[in-house]
Design a binder for this molecule. Structure first.
Ligand SMILES: [Cu+2]
Length: 93
């Protein structure tokens, strides 16, 4: 389980590390007054998705479970509501 908080339009962690091929659950708690979510992609172009949580409403928590890429490397995550500045790196080891 990876715990993240969205607060002040930022994720509590800019970097998440997961094992290659692992089943990963990300739990996102929203401490802001607007919706956020967690979405992972193969890269910052955000075309090929790896995971996408439902929207976390203000004060709410959502989870998404996904299989991490089998290839180690650096991937990308963001909030789809604020894709320009709520971003981070998904590290697969
Ligand atoms: Cu957001």
């Amino acid at each position: 389980m990876v715990d993240l908080t969205a607060q002040n339009f930022a994720f509590s962690r800019g970097r998440i590390e997961v094992p290659a091929g692992a089943l990963v659950t990300v739990r996102l708690r929203n401490a802001d007054g607007v919706p956020h979510n967690f979405a992972a992609y193969t890269n910052a172009q955000a075309i090929e998705g790896i995971a996408s949580s439902p929207a976390a409403q203000p004060g709410g928590t959502v989870e998404v479970t996904f299989t991490a890429p089998s290839q180690p490397g650096e991937y990308f995550f963001r909030c789809n509501f604020h894709p320009d500045f709520m971003t981070g790196t998904l590290v697969v080891r």
